[in-house]
Design a protein around this ligand. Structure first.
Ligand SMILES: Cc1cc2nc3c(=O)[nH]c(=O)nc-3n(C[C@H](O)[C@H](O)[C@H](O)COP(=O)(O)OP(=O)(O)OC[C@H]3O[C@@H](n4cnc5c(N)ncnc54)[C@H](O)[C@@H]3O)c2cc1C
Ligand code: SF4
Length: 322
């Protein structure tokens, strides 16, 4: 590991001021330190933001303010989150292990990097790690990579389960940086790769996540489901965060986000639009899923994700009706 300077920020302003060239923020370190050990990340300095006073969850269900330094375990165990946003608690608990969740912060979870095997192997080219070096995944092992929204430059997937639930809940990220404060909607925080896969998000250099704002819980029933290779300790092959509101057998509102299929949590807007105002039945759910997945461009070894995502959408929606 390359030597680096370390400083613990006292407040947000101090953190932003300390963020010079070659700096990176450090949350729980469960992703960043691994990448430093592998030689994938080589910061000159780390600005520790895990002990900033953003470790509280405030609100009563009319809306919730979650600090960026809240640990994943504390978020999943919070009584208001469990009662009013069970989909979010379930998504967080489906990720990593108890030990990792005890360390991992909300800010770090949202900004964790792809698990594409070539990204993590510095002996291989990778456009995300080294721009214009190539993407060996396209001809190589892409079995767990993207089927939607990818480009000829990168087919990586975004790994966070929490982000998928937050995308379906229309959460917003609070950010402070050299140019001041702003909020960014979570559907839209993560970029699709396009011509520049080196940038994962729309955040600007030096911008610090200080928290996440959740709007009041949506009406209707909700669910997070994750398909993975093992029962625990595995990233999603495909996951879904679904909210469905049905009145008199007709879909009044629906929000769907998919994980494991794209470079970002994938908000299934086409399926949502197909479903609003139609009968809440298996045929309609299947038609909406097909419409969404007609945009998929699978590669030879990840084509299985398309029927998997379709079946996951239909089955989850059916469970939300019954
Ligand atoms: C074995 C294992 C299995 C896992 N399985 C899953 C899984 O199934 N699902 C899942 O979702 N996750 C999984 N994870 C990932 C885990 O959830 C992440 O490592 C963790 O959430 C990252 O949080 P952190 O606070 O440790 O971030 P760090 O590692 O400290 O940082 C991650 C990134 O975020 C940046 N950062 C941190 N905080 C801020 C901030 N406030 N503002 C701006 N930038 C910031 C850092 O600079 C860095 O780039 C797994 C991890 C491990 C080790
Ligand atoms: S898919 Fe993206 S992260 Fe993986 S090798 Fe290609 S460019 Fe790198």
């Amino acid at each position: 590991m390359r030597p680096f300077a370390y400083a613990r920020a006292s407040d947000a302003r101090d953190a932003v001021e300390r963020f010079g060239p070659g700096a990176m923020y450090l949350g729980g370190g469960t992703n960043l330190v691994d990448l430093m050990r592998l030689g994938v990340a080589e910061p000159e300095s780390l600005v520790d933001v895990a002990r900033l006073p953003y470790d509280a969850i405030d609100g009563d269900g009319d809306g919730l303010r979650i600090g960026s330094a809240v640990r994943n375990s504390d978020l999943a165990a919070h009584p208001v989150v469990r009662e009013r946003y069970p989909m979010l608690a379930r998504a967080v608990l489906s990720g990593a292990s108890g030990q990792v969740r005890n360390m991992a912060t909300v800010g770090g979870n949202l900004l964790q990097r792809t698990r594409c095997p070539y990204f993590q192997d510095v002996s291989k080219p990778c456009n995300k790690r080294r721009p214009a070096s190539g993407c060996p995944a396209i001809e190589g092992d892409h079995s767990n990579l993207a089927v939607l929204g990818h480009s000829g430059q990168c087919v990586a997937t975004h790994p966070s389960d929490m982000a998928v639930a937050l995308a379906a809940l229309d959460a917003r990220v609070r950010v402070t940086g050299p140019d001041g404060d702003r909020t960014v909607p979570i559907p839209g925080l993560h970029r699709l790769p396009g011509d520049d896969p080196s940038r994962d998000t729309v955040l600007r250099p030096g911008e610090l996540i200080t928290g996440v704002d959740l709007p009041p819980p949506p009406a209707g029933a909700s669910k997070y489901r994750k398909v993975r290779e093992r029962a625990s300790f595995a990233f999603a092959l495909v996951s879904i965060a679904a909210v469905l509101e049905v009145a008199d057998g007709v879909v009044r509102d629906c929000r769907l986000a998919l994980g494991g299929v794209a470079h970002a949590p994938w908000r299934a807007e086409i399926a949502e639009a197909e479903l609003r105002g139609v009968r809440a039945g298996e045929e309609e759910f299947a038609r909406a899923a097909e419409a969404e997945l007609s945009r998929a461009r699978p590669l030879p070894r990840n084509a299985y994700k398309v029927p998997l995502a379709r079946n996951l959408i239909v089955r989850t929606l059916q469970e939300l009706v019954t």
